[in-house]
Design a protein around this ligand. Sequence first.
Ligand code: DON
Length: 574
Amino acid sequence: MSRLLHPWRRPAAASLALLAAFPVTAQPPASQPPLPKAAIEAEHGMVVSASSIASQVGADVLAKGGNAIDAAVATGFALAVTYPTAGNIGGGGFMVIRFPDGKATTIDFREKAPAAATPTMFTDSAGAYSSRIHHNSYRSVGVPGTVAGFDYVQKKYGKAAWATLVSPAVKLAGEGFDIPTGLAASLTGARTRLSQYPASLAAYYKAGQPYAAGEKLVLGDLAKTLTRIRDARRDGFYKGTTAQLIATDMQKHGGLITEADLAAYLPIERQPVRGTFKGYDIIAMGPPSSGGPAMIEMMNILEGFDLKAAGHNSPQYLHYLAESMRRAFRDRAIYLGDPDFTKPPIAKLTSKSYAAEQRKTIDPAKASPSSPADVKVGAESDHTTHYSVVDKDGLAVSVTYTLESGYGLGAVVDGAGFLLNNEMGDFNGKPGVTDSTGLIGTEPNIAQPGKRMLSSMTPTIVAKDGKLVAVVGSPGGRTIINTVMEVVLNLLAFDMPIQDAVNAARIHHQWLPNVLTVERGMPQTTIDALTAMGHTVRVGGQQGTAHSIAIDAKTGKRLGAADPRDRDAGARGY
Ligand code: DON
């Protein structure tokens, strides 16, 4: 068992510059209530999300006879109200589903580039790459996928009446909800950014000033948009009033999305990527997410080491993790992009034989170099959200969705009340331009009309011998892949209870920059040992928020583990 279950709660030793390079998802509460020692137990169904209000919405759906798909949809709409940092209808994401008979599928509702997108769309009039255009302009908005994804999956696999799944969100937005402490702090921090947009300032602030925790937040325009979605499913978003409001907003601010782009958006049902680890089945998201392939590549490499003998979070274990991460993130940068535009070699990257070749290149006592000669990798923002759902029949749903940055672009659509994503920032910046600032210009992930931008989101389900074991996922940009793998390894290689597996300290390496980030409080002796092996170790803030569910192998109980790194999170079951 780890002696480092919650080092991220102690004061940071990191410099501000370092924290800027490795963004922190959210600060732990100032008062620091005790960490949850054990998961929440339920007999039948469980929902764990970043907002306990939204988890309750999902648990209520389960208790009334809805299945896990219905609950995932209701929770997702509720999060768009109560967790605006990343809960959304203006963004996109991925859903991994495992049915009680063991079959599995995934829904890709990732945003797409609009028809007017071009490879050089993030350059200014002089042809120079512009980070502002790429990440912080209306051109950074991708065609949203969330509502279409929810509509598709619920029509095909849900069983409740659609309106009953959207209504709780309509009510929360229209009648208001008491602002929880995490959201109050988050909105206070986001004020400067959101106040650039009058509709955002009007929606989320009181006469321009932040609300206090416990005050009521009413989101009238959002309630109207959700009502249109309740009444007309996807057409309530992609056609008619909502679509017109989006297109008008785009025209006004130099964005590219048209009503035709919205009407044409379709989610895609794809096969999951699969791997195994010591007899467990790993079911994860494939391209356009890099998450599943990279995680499976790492786990295949790690399967060949005696991790338990090395010891949880020992220097030796962390070295093996870091070296596996270095290799999988190199392959991610070289090979992965939208599979509808490029053909990533997934079978090879996730094979045991490829992992064996990679493992042979790892020196157990010495860090390898990361060669920047091939490709450079840039910084990524840190705001997304993951939630997990299991119902009474064992149907499991793992959802990670995002607006990209916290509150996305920061812009609420005038009259429609929801926040726009800035997901186009996940495309590479400019073709052919790969430089020392971390810009990448490699072909597989260059913007093109209708293309989906490469993601790191890693919603994951674990099973064994035909039985569900766990549902895991996390936000955190590129750190997502490593966070999810570390939680899964804590369960499978170290037999930790789910809450300990979620609480435990994490590390991150992404090949380039060649830096090993550890959560706060890692003992100096561990840092020294890793440094002696040749790693450049930096102490970062907290890494990800992995709201997870495990199934008790003996009793079948659903064990919900909210990640205490998210202040408003909660597990709710029945
Ligand atoms: O899709 C991706 O990989 C990123 N847009 C996710 C961003 C993210 O996780 C921010 N999270 N905390």
